[in-house]
Design a protein around this ligand. Structure first.
Ligand SMILES: [Zn+2]
Ligand SMILES: [Zn+2]
Length: 370
């Protein structure tokens, strides 16, 4: 079938809106008609070359839509079901899935290869294969993906907000709740309050943090962070964030520092570790540029001060367990999703949308399909 999609032909900082051919779903796969897709900074990293992928590729990995057709052997969903796409196609069988670490499923290695699980492609144009990012490719009106990449949700939930539980929400929320295991009364400092960081703010607040310190270069995002539960805000263009965190904590440092900026540099990691208290936790949440610098850290912090520095992908969530759980929190009014959507765009406005993202005008922009 034909589908309009935003195709990346290289790290050109520009998407091309084209009509592509989408194959029928094969065994264990589903065809999904997208309703909405959130714009994640990771997608932009492929467009800028910060993260290498196979081109041409259709990226987009924070989608929600309606199952149009299922392939042979699929019994978990049926046409008409509402689903959130998940960029971790957790197999449920590997060592990591079986030990509660489904975000680290061995299939993670397949995210940038572009083909489906059987090694063949579902997107084509003029006889050429087009790669799919994370097996889902949500910047397309229609997509084919493994049934393991879709999570069925209740049909009354608004899909233009539910899509956010495909990446931004679980990544930020889980970094605080699952990875850092924020406990009541703790102080949490969050570097970066974009789509992911804002969810780290609300995750930390919901977990009972006494102080939630939001750090960002953009003042309106800091104002917004207060609505999500931040008790203090710091703009590093005006003051040294490490010194301010130390001042707020009477020289002790934060129990937990979450680094959710869109590109985590060695410098940011250094700041994070210095802002962390003795035996505290610094968590790397945002992406990093493979071409960039290596960490320059002081072993002293880790031995004598017993600090921990850890990483997380997808907020250490188990998609099939935690995506429905997050949507229940939203339904109960405990998790903010509506407030995360700054602006909605049509597919052919995608280049403007990413410009807005890059220039700090969005928490989340959402593409809405007809
Ligand atoms: Zn993402
Ligand atoms: Zn697995």
């Amino acid at each position: 079938m034909k589908s309009r999609a935003a195709v990346l032909y290289g790290p050109t900082r520009s998407f091309s809106i084209e009509e592509i051919d989408v194959d029928e779903p094969k065994e264990g796969e589903v065809l999904v008609k997208l309703v909405a897709t959130g714009l994640c900074h990771s997608d932009w990293h492929f467009a800028t070359g910060a993260a290498p992928v196979r081109f041409p590729m259709v990226v987009g990995h924070e989608g929600a839509g309606i199952v149009e057709k299922v392939g042979p052997g699929v019994s978990e969903v049926q046409p008409g079901d509402h689903v959130v796409l998940c960029y971790i196609p957790a197999c449920g069988k590997c060592r990591w899935c079986l030990s509660g670490l489904a975000a680290l499923c061995d299939r993670g290695i397949l995210l940038t290869q572009g083909a489906q699980l059987d090694g063949t492609f579902r997107f084509h144009k003029d006889g050429q294969d087009i790669a799919q990012f994370a097996l889902v490719s949500a910047f397309s009106e229609y997509t084919v993906c493994p049934v393991d990449s879709v999570i069925k949700i209740d049909p009354d939930l608004p899909l233009d907000r539910a899509c956010l539980v495909g990446c931004a929400v679980p990544t930020g929320w889980g970094a605080a709740v699952n990875r850092a295991r924020v406990r009541p009364g703790e102080t949490v400092a969050i570097f970066g309050t974009g789509g992911v960081g804002m969810n780290a703010v609300q995750g930390a607040a919901l977990a009972g943090a006494e102080k939630v310190i939001a750090i960002d270069l953009v003042d309106w995002k800091l104002e917004k962070a207060k609505e999500f539960g931040a008790t203090h805000t710091i703009n590093p263009t005006r003051e040294d964030p490490v010194q301010r965190v130390l001042d707020i904590t009477h020289g002790v440092g934060a129990d937990v520092v979450l680094l959710t900026v869109s590109l985590v540099t060695a410098d940011i990691i250094g700041q994070g570790v210095r802002a962390t208290r003795k035996a505290g936790r610094t968590v790397i949440v945002g992406a990093s540029d493979r071409r960039m610098d290596r960490m320059n850290i002081t072993p002293y912090d880790f031995m004598l001060l017993a600090k921990e520095i850890v990483g997380t992908i997808f907020g250490h969530n188990v998609p099939r367990v935690d995506i429905p759980r997050l949507l229940e929190l939203y339904r109960d009014g405990k998790l903010k999703l509506d407030e995360l959507v700054t602006k909605r765009y049509r597919l052919d406005e995608i280049n403007q949308a990413f410009l807005d993202l890059e220039e700090g005008r969005l928490l989340r922009g959402v593409l809405v399909f007809d």
